[in-house]
Write a protein that binds this ligand. Sequence first.
Ligand SMILES: Nc1nc2c(ncn2[C@@H]2O[C@H](COP(=O)(O)OP(=O)(O)OP(=O)(O)O)[C@@H](O)[C@H]2O)c(=O)[nH]1
Ligand SMILES: [Mg+2]
Length: 230
Amino acid sequence: MNHKISFVLPALNEENAIGLVLDEINQVRKELELKGHSSEVIIVDGKSNDNTVEIAKSKGAKVILSEKGYGQQYNLGFEHATGEIIVTGDTDLTYPLEDVSYLINFLVGKNLDFITTNRFAYMDKNAMSLTHKIGNLILTGCTMGLFFINIKDSQSGMWIFKRGILRRFNLKSKGMPFSQEIKIEAFKKCKAKELPIRYRERIGEVKLNTFKDGFGNLFHLVKKRFEFTM
Ligand SMILES: Nc1nc2c(ncn2[C@@H]2O[C@H](COP(=O)(O)OP(=O)(O)OP(=O)(O)O)[C@@H](O)[C@H]2O)c(=O)[nH]1
Ligand SMILES: [Mg+2]
């Protein structure tokens, strides 16, 4: 069966990487087209003050201007997406978008609703700092313990899912906790699976603050767990 695929990616000052990310996506779009699928690319910009928007447009992406905020940007991008299947990822060249065709086959072939990815399976040597790794481990452990779901990477930003399931999700986070929130919703409410991927070293400046974002995400987990029991 033929599908329309929407690539939705948030961007914040990614001028050094976004052109390469879109080259990789455009290559995948050709592969998808040969299989009879159509596609669109939506970049949701959070007020970048470099050339991110211009480069994205020059590579053929549809650019949506948003307030800054990872979750806020994703929610706006999802509203604009028209494909039955949504593919996400960062605009920093870390995620293997070249594997999207395989991942879509897996989603459809196994009749899943949602796939998230495990970056720790095949991580390049310098792709993640030690503090960031420890933070991820703690957050993933807390997600498993508080919500009784079995995943290895609660913070991965590459998901492949059927757009229709978003209706059933209660997504409140405007910032970085959006990543764990969408997984919790998916594993609680539909057929979801985590698959291993390669994770590459980022191009461009690191924007995450391990401690600020780490504690923010931890606080969000506790708050969300409390809501679940209400
Ligand atoms: N950190 C951050 N990233 C944002 C924001 N808005 C959009 N983004 C984009 O969201 C993606 C995820 O942010 P990253 O800073 O790469 O976070 P990360 O992947 O956990 O950390 P890295 O290991 O540094 O890649 C990137 O494509 C950013 O450009 C924001 O408000 N904060
Ligand atoms: Mg990243």
